[in-house]
Design a binder for this molecule. Structure first.
Ligand code: CDP
Ligand code: MG
Length: 530
């Protein structure tokens, strides 16, 4: 078992700090949820910090064009405020209340929760829309959860978002026009003290360290669920397997532990399991990506194990390559992760790194996603929304000039933008309308002329998802077998055909793209021919 410094022991100082130096984090106390019982949904709703501000929120929304509500994760912003608005009549007359979330999994999970709280069937009064999945009923759905991306797409057809908004201010009668000044309301945090421990020595392998930390919490600490932050499906599945095997080996003693993965791309059944309460005496261990950091709240978590890493997107505009890499998190993330342990009662956070590393090396803030991403999709969306002057656009975090230039170059080579950087018609508008990477959209459009749409659409589908392999719990064996089926000798030809098709479709794209790809293409062709 890895060694942790416990607050109260000699080293490190168990300082009580509310800044970024670690030690013990304090949150303002809130009425305790007794034991591990799950209160009725209505009682749970009333206990959330936003509930006290219900009237104020409704007043501000009525009297201001924009209202900003600030509150800690789990205070009820996402699940409660849309319900308050609906109760106050904002979803009447055929309008809807829209609530966006950054991730698909978060959309599905909160929509399910709100439907449950309102006692309605998901897809009726409460629904959701994510890319390629629309669980709403026109004329019936009043609260709709959706990803930011889907809302942006809706804006292309309906720039004023008339489905959701009251009359715009200029159309409203003068004397009851809401103030144009935004209103800001801060909702106090809900949470308890979280004790933080660090590793004495850096861990050579964070996966092993996480597994042994979970086992020792399970052995030594009182009941309460454990939330472990790892980075992605691979290391999460590995940790789940190691812990499950260990529990089986130790027999009875560890049977009180249920280990569950949490990442986007999980089946609905597995998602539901993560959010469902445990039977008395059983401890839930959720091994998650950073999705549980801000977008999702797990009730009942008392212990957090923080690997100090997350998977982050990094785009290099020089090489035009976007990578998902395991990178160290920031102090802000570490603090947010720790806070997940103090939701139902005082909790503990085990950081799988040293205090010295935290204080001296961990960056204070992460790099904004806008500065780590390929801008091709953002630029085409802005253009499609009629925002032509993207160089003068008021970004929250300005992207680098290199990324911007590279995005314009790629879009120009695809024939999506013309020499004046205006969207071309029809290609530019068509590409903008397809909710895929613009390279893939162009590939699909070009396949029509080349008479290979069927094959290209299959390839586009495969290229547009994270993994083509989905497995339910306990079906690892079937998954391996399914994979193996693609490995038998005669299937290798099938594989080669797919690969060749991939090259052909890339040719469609590359042909349209700048000559700088040409060398690469030539050598690939030569390689294939040889
Ligand atoms: O948006 P915000 O982070 O402020 O909180 P929320 O997502 O509205 O969650 C409020 C509360 O609802 C959480 O603290 C959980 O107790 C509960 N919740 C849940 O039990 N299951 C979900 N799938 C979502 C929320
Ligand atoms: Mg939220």
């Amino acid at each position: 078992m890895a060694q942790f410094w416990k607050p109260g022991s000699e080293k490190p100082r168990a300082v009580i700090l509310d800044d970024e130096e670690g030690g013990v984090l304090f949150f303002s106390a809130a009425p305790s949820i007794s034991g591990y019982g799950y209160a009725s949904l209505e009682r749970q709703r009333q206990r959330l910090p936003v509930f006290k501000h219900r009237t104020a929120i409704l007043y501000l929304v009525e009297s201001h064009a924009t209202t900003i509500i600030v509150g800690e994760t789990g205070s009820g912003k996402t699940t409660q405020i849309p319900q308050y608005l609906k109760e106050a009549g904002w979803a009447e007359g055929g309008r809807m209340v829209a609530c966006t979330q950054p991730r698909r999994l978060a959309v599905q999970s909160v929509a399910t929760r709100v439907a449950e709280e309102m006692g309605v069937k998901l897809g009726e009064e409460v629904g959701y829309t994510i890319r390629f999945e629309d669980i709403t009923t026109p004329g019936v759905t009043m609260i709709k959860f959706l990803t930011d991306g889907v809302l942006l797409r809706e804006m292309m057809n309906d720039p004023l978002l008339t489905k959701y908004r009251k009359k715009r201010q200029e159309q409203a009668s003068e004397n009851c026009a809401p103030s144009t000044q935004p209103a800001i309301l801060s909702v106090e945090g809900q949470g308890f003290v979280v004790e933080i421990s660090y590793l004495e020595e850096p861990a050579p392998d964070y996966l092993q360290a996480a597994v042994s930390t979970v086992l020792s919490i399970h052995d030594q600490e009182p009941m309460g669920d454990i939330l472990v932050f790892l980075t992605g499906q691979d290391d999460i599945d590995a940790a789940v397997q190691l812990l499950t095997e260990n529990a089986q080996k130790r027999g009875k003693h560890s049977s009180g532990m249920l280990v569950l993965p949490l990442y986007s791309g999980l089946s609905r059944a597995d998602q539901d399991l993560v959010f469902s309460p445990m039977p008395k005496g059983k401890r839930k261990v959720v091994i998650s990506t950073n999705i549980a950091e801000t977008s999702l709240t797990l009730e009942g978590v008392v212990y957090v194990v923080d690997s100090g890493f997350s998977k982050q997107r990094f785009y290099n505009p020089i090489t035009n390559i976007e990578n998902l890499v395991v990178a160290p998190i920031s102090k802000a993330s570490a603090k947010q992760r720790a806070g997940r342990a103090g939701r139902v009662r005082p909790g503990k956070c085990f950081r799988l790194y040293t205090e010295e590393y935290f204080v001296k090396e961990m960056p204070a803030e992460g790099i904004p996603e806008m500065q780590r991403s390929n801008l091709v999709s953002s630029v085409i969306q802005l253009k499609a929304l009629g925002i032509d002057n993207i160089l003068g656009f008021d970004w929250l975090a300005s992207p680098s000039p290199e990324s911007m230039i590279r995005a314009l170059e790629v879009l120009y080579s695809l024939g999506v933008l013309d020499e004046d950087a205006k969207l071309t018609s029809p290609t530019g508008f068509q590409v903008a309308e397809i909710p895929l990477d613009p390279m893939i959209s162009k590939m699909i459009l070009s396949s029509n002329e080349l008479g290979c749409s069927e094959e290209i659409i299959i390839i586009a589908a495969i290229l547009s998802i994270q993994s083509i392999w989905v497995s339910g719990r306990g079906s690892q064996k079937e998954l391996d077998e399914a994979r193996l089926r693609f490995a038998v000798a005669e299937e290798i030809w099938g594989g080669l055909v797919t690969w060749a098709l991939l090259l052909v479709c890339n040719e469609v794209v590359f042909k349209a793209v700048e000559p700088y790809f040409e060398n690469v293409w030539e050598s690939t062709i030569r390689f294939v021919k040889d």
